[in-house]
Design a protein around this ligand. Structure first.
Ligand SMILES: Cc1ncc(COP(=O)(O)O)c(C=O)c1O
Length: 372
């Protein structure tokens, strides 16, 4: 017996969750300061760290909040007042990183090649050189969820290492599907949340950072109390507890989601499933006459931005409502940008679900075209 109806969410998280993850929400009431809960929390932290490095060298710090809270935690904790962050911005989430820096008075420069445009590592290298040794951190988005652009993570990490910069990667909609290494040969910190490619519930985000970066943060003045990663990590490691209230049910669901990720075969197997779903989705969209925003070489296999048809039959709200009534959630584009809507295959869905969606979409399009 399934707990509730299964819906197919094609928004980029919170995503369709498995039956197991939904069931993991229902646990006996437990105080998050009890040893029983601390053991579960420690295992979640261990699994998050092990997904990107050696847990002896890297540490995972979960935080209660959405992904943006964890991004604010990483930037306020790791970039010192006498540092300079070079922030790469080729979409809404890159722009959000710039806004976080501006909000907290973090010294920064933005390199913005334009919304939806690829980031060229050579241009980034030039920008770093132009800062004449003042840049200390490179901050960028791995998968730019506003367009589906996959930014060149490895080349950017390589150039940062060559230039002696610390790296903070917003891997919000990549972590769990696209591997990112933290530590030796990888990033210094990655930030993500429970409810995207990890396929858990919304409400928890996290930072995985090298212990070296976390311990350097101890010496810096705190910019916020609840988002101080140095203080939170110290407390976690000395007591097993968070300093603040943690939602045990959401942690339980994330634990189950991490076990399911391992059972699926890890991030590579998950990305392969997403790739099969995306192949079905792109094929179906093209067959219906839709155009995609990005060139295939830049687009992830996680999300596609679809150009809105400039035809009389098309109306996003009515398309959305018709599909929603059949159990499919689609996602608008970002207002004021290229006219597009977005579809993501992250979550506990597969190519068969995508085929079901495409059949519903085809029926809508045929009827709407006939009406107009
Ligand atoms: C790349 C990226 N960064 C940051 C965020 C912000 O996350 P949240 O909405 O959970 O605060 C998102 C959310 O979609 C994202 O995709």
């Amino acid at each position: 017996v399934t707990l509730v109806e299964r819906r197919i969410l094609l928004n980029p998280g919170p995503a369709t969750t498995s039956e197991g993850v939904k069931r993991a929400l229902v646990i006996p009431d437990v105080c998050p300061r009890e040893a029983e809960f601390c053991a579960l929390y420690a295992d979640v932290r261990h699994r998050l760290a092990a997904l990107c490095g050696d847990p002896r060298e890297v540490a995972a710090v979960p935080l209660v909040g959405s992904g943006t809270a964890a991004l604010e935690a990483a930037m306020t904790s790791f970039v010192p007042a006498d540092g300079l962050a070079l922030i790469l911005d080729n979409g809404d989430y890159g722009e959000r990183l710039v806004r976080i820096a501006a909000t907290h008075g973090i010294p920064h420069r933005a390199l913005a090649p334009g919304w939806g445009r690829p980031l060229a590592p050579a241009e980034v290298d030039e920008a770093v050189a132009g800062l004449e040794g003042r840049a200390t951190h490179l901050v960028f988005v791995h998968h730019e969820t506003s367009t589906g652009m996959l930014n060149p993570c490895e080349p950017l990490l390589d150039l940062a290492r060559r230039r002696g910069l610390k790296t903070i990667v917003d891997a919000m909609s990549a972590f769990g599907a696209l591997p990112v290494r933290v530590g030796e040969g990888g990033a210094d910190a990655v930030v993500s949340s429970a409810n995207k490619c990890l396929q858990g519930m919304a409400g928890l985000a996290f930072v995985v950072a090298t212990r070296a970066l976390a311990s350097a943060a101890r010496a810096l003045p705190r910019r916020t109390l609840s988002l101080s990663l140095a203080d939170e990590l110290d407390h976690l490691e000395s007591t097993g507890q968070s300093r603040f209230t943690v939602p045990p049910q959401i942690v339980s669901a994330l634990h189950r989601a991490l076990v399911e990720l391992e059972a699926e075969g890890g991030p590579a197997a998950r990305y392969a499933r997403y790739s099969r779903s995306m192949a079905a989705l792109e094929g179906g969209l093209r067959a219906l006459g839709f155009e995609l925003l990005l060139a295939p070489e830049h687009q992830s296999r996680i999300l596609v931005a679809v150009r809105e048809p400039e035809e009389a039959w098309y109306d996003f709200a009515s398309l959305h409502d018709a599909l929603y009534a059949q159990g499919y959630t689609i996602y608008p584009g970002k207002a004021g940008r290229a006219r597009c809507f977005r579809l993501s295959v992250l979550g506990d869905i597969d190519a068969r679900d995508v085929e079901g969606f495409l059949a519903a979409l085809a029926a809508y399009v045929t009827a709407a075209r006939a009406r107009s």
